[in-house]
Design a protein around this ligand. Structure first.
Ligand SMILES: *Cc1c(COP(=O)(O)O)cnc(C)c1O
Length: 376
């Protein structure tokens, strides 16, 4: 069976894990965590980077930082993972869903303005498949209406928009290091990226259970105490050590994935040229990270038949997401603004093909052949 995903492993993680184990400190913000923080702050770059146990928790931290309160509205696509909405709904906000663009499956920037009300507090663009949303349009709308922009860049590490890394454009952003993402911190993990320095100090406090412990460790206060609301948003050193093994040679993973993406794209092009399916497209001002390779088939029924056909040939292909506005909690905690022209239709057509670091290229040949056979 060709699995859909395997967690990325470069071979360097084990040595770092062993070193962390013998360091005498396994709790958060040890040597490896600090190395990771510095790496992101230098390479993205950003004002402050803070590892979290997951992207979900980085988004929750951002929601607390922008003071989301009951009654606030937060604009986002309906075609996304539940955490995009939950992080804000947990603080009492209503999720306001906006339709997507069919070419990138990203929020349609042209439909955002009509969804803004006097309750709107933030826009949360999701960079689907590591392809950027139209950030120029989104940032200028946000500025005009005084809104925060929190990028859900869970899938976006190493992608660029007009030469800037995804996650460095909004006020804040979140990366995911879950095992299904391009880079992992050993199964679960995330990162809060802070670009607006006014959030920096409070972020450290909320992340440390509402205490000023990080100021204490830096010698800036002589005792630490409870100063704000907070929670526990520090990952273990073992997670940071695993991630460090991937950051050391970040391009190795990126280049490999891009080569697999290109192989799929070239191999399936004949089907697109015959009008049998659609393939992903990347706007010319975006550089993507090959987070996923998806195809878009005719409809739900054809997708069902293709998944079955591939499974019989030992190939696992999967789909996601059920649009949030059609889910039970989405009805309770959100509303769709405007018309659902593309969200439901396009989500029913999308199918993801196996993609992971070091997937044998012979597998890709098999998968392409199987899809070609299905259509011919
Ligand atoms: C994976 C993902 C998340 C959640 O990431 P976790 O690290 O599992 O919490 C959030 N948003 C999007 C768009 C994702 O793809």
């Amino acid at each position: 069976m060709i699995p859909f995903n395997k967690p990325a492993q470069t071979g360097r993680e084990e040595a770092h894990l062993l070193k962390a184990l013998s360091s005498g400190k396994l709790s958060g913000d040890g040597e490896y965590s600090l190395k990771c923080h510095e790496w992101f702050e230098r390479n993205l770059p950003c004002k402050r980077a803070l590892l979290t146990p997951s992207c979900t928790q980085a988004l929750e931290l951002a929601a607390i930082l922008i003071d989301i309160k009951p009654g606030d509205e937060v604009i986002m696509p309906s075609y996304t993972f539940v955490s995009t909405a939950n992080a804000f709904v947990l603080r009492g906000a209503k999720a306001v869903f906006v339709d997507i663009r069919p070419d990138t499956m990203n929020i349609d920037e042209a439909k955002i303005e009509a969804s803004i009300t006097d309750k709107t507090k933030a826009i949360v663009p999701v960079h689907y498949a590591g392809v950027a949303c139209d950030m120029n349009a989104i940032m200028s709308l946000a500025e005009r209406y005084g809104l925060y922009v929190i990028e859900d860049a869970a899938q976006g590490m190493m992608s660029e928009y007009e030469g800037r890394q995804l996650g460095t454009i909004g006020h804040m952003a979140a990366y995911s290091f879950h095992e299904t993402k391009n880079y992992t911190s050993g199964g679960e993990g995330g990162l809060l990226i802070i670009n607006d320095s006014s959030f920096q100090d409070r972020a450290e406090i909320i992340r440390e259970k509402g205490t000023n412990r990080s100021l204490f460790f830096r010698g800036l206060v002589d005792k630490y105490s409870w100063v704000d609301v907070g929670s526990s948003y520090l990952p273990s050193e073992l997670q940071a050590a695993y991630l460090w093994g991937q950051l050391e040679n970040v391009n190795e993973i990126n280049n490999f994935r891009l080569s697999i993406w290109e192989k799929y794209h070239a191999g399936l092009a004949p089907l697109k040229n015959e009008g049998l399916l659609d393939l992903p497209s990347v706007p010319s001002n975006c550089k993507h990270n090959a987070h996923m390779y998806y195809i878009k088939v005719k409809d739900l029924d054809e997708r069902k038949r293709l998944i079955h056909y591939l499974k019989e040939r030992d190939i696992m292909a999967v789909f996601h997401y059920v649009p949030l506005h059609t889910a039970k909690a989405g009805v309770d905690y959100g509303r769709f603004s405007g018309k659902d022209v593309y969200t439901s239709n396009e989500s029913e057509r999308l199918l993801r093909l196996p993609m992971w670091f070091n997937i044998p290229t012979s597998y890709i040949d098999n998968i392409i052949d199987a899809v070609l056979d299905f259509y011919h």
